[in-house]
Design a protein around this ligand. Structure first.
Ligand SMILES: *[C@@H]1O[C@H](CO)[C@@H](O)[C@H](O)[C@H]1NC(C)=O
Length: 323
């Protein structure tokens, strides 16, 4: 009897310390296949799990950070369990539509580094007019899901930030076409779909969600200096209606990414996210002269996320990833 109690106490202690608040320790080898249960992400054992991490900057403008060293730094030093591969699309920007092979190579490098370094990876179709590139998006996600869909690491983000498109008439049919292509190869990894008005109008998606599918989540983006309590209220309404939300991109500053970091409002956002178990990825791993950049100018890739190379925003974000 005493021995049983002893083992129960040991077991309870073990359970207590087995889930760390440091996202860097909540890796793929620990949580395995993720799925969506209600509004939460759950792990292979059905326990709620929260992903916290970093978004890479536009692939066509900062390809030097689309490599293994950077992904390792994001895990080890930015204490992340997810990296978002934000692949630029627009022809004008020199993205995927201009150089599909080159861009595909960057994405594959990041996916393979995420697998090696034991974190989740979001493959993001990063543009604002994806409904005009359905064929290319379907083809891209078909290839990615065929090659990597068997890895529990992989998540798909079909459309970064729609703008004024109609949710029901344009966005939902686009997402359904891409989901169909992915699901032909990958029955279960999480797919995250973009919402109207730069991924703020989760309320519209909550009114008319995608049905007959599992493991679908909806994108919410915020920039703390611009989006405040009103957007948290709107998103809370969507969550209360049962909409699973993933914050695939957020900034600690203003939406135009040049104003100062708003530490106070960022903390309000993080607290709200944590109270809802929402997962989030910070914009962005780059060294450009923008307040939201996590790295100081000319950060070498083998120093990514090391403290001496983090900006004001980067320091706040990394501290949050450990909480
Ligand atoms: C968040 O997760 C915890 C367990 O980790 C759970 O007790 C709580 O109910 C969850 N909150 C919501 C809003 O789902």
């Amino acid at each position: 009897m005493k021995i049983t109690i002893f083992f129960l106490v040991i077991l309870a202690l073990y359970i207590d310390i087995s889930v760390s608040l440091d996202a860097g320790q909540e890796t793929v080898s620990k949580h395995g296949q993720l799925s969506v249960s209600g509004t939460n992400i759950v792990n292979q054992n059905g326990n709620i799990v929260q992903l916290k991490g970093m978004a890479l900057y536009w692939s066509q403008w900062k390809p030097q950070y689309w490599n293994e060293e950077t992904v390792q730094g994001i895990h080890d030093s930015c204490h992340s369990n997810v990296v978002r591969a934000s692949m630029g699309i627009d022809t004008n920007d020199g993205g995927y539509l201009t150089d599909p092979d080159g861009q595909m190579k960057l994405v594959e490098t990041v996916i393979e580094a995420a697998i090696k370094h034991d974190i989740y990876v979001i493959v993001d179709w990063h543009e604002e007019k994806a409904e005009t590139h359905v064929t290319q998006a379907v083809d891209f996600f078909d290839k990615i899901s065929k090659k990597y869909g068997s890895y529990p690491n992989v998540m798909y983000e079909t459309f970064n930030e729609p703008t004024t498109q109609s949710w029901s008439e344009e966005l939902k049919p686009y997402h359904e076409a891409v989901i169909k292509a992915i699901r032909a190869n990958d029955p279960d990894n999480i797919i995250i779909v973009g919402t109207g008005q730069w991924s703020q109008r989760v309320d519209e998606a909550a009114e008319d969600p995608i049905t007959d599918q599992t493991n679908i989540m909806y994108t919410l983006h915020f920039y703390a200096g611009t989006h405040r309590q009103w957007l948290r209220d709107l998103a809370q309404g969507a969550i209360d209606k049962g909409l699973p939300i993933f914050i695939t991109e957020y900034g600690t500053d203003n939406v135009d990414v040049v104003n100062a970091v708003d530490a106070e409002e960022s903390q309000l956002w993080w607290d709200w996210c944590d109270s809802n178990n929402l997962s989030y990825a910070n914009w962005a791993i780059c060294d450009v002269a923008e307040a939201s950049a996590a790295l100081i100018a000319d950060t070498p890739t083998d120093k990514v996320c090391q403290e001496a190379y983090l900006t004001e925003s980067g320091l706040l974000v990394v501290a949050q990833n450990k909480k």
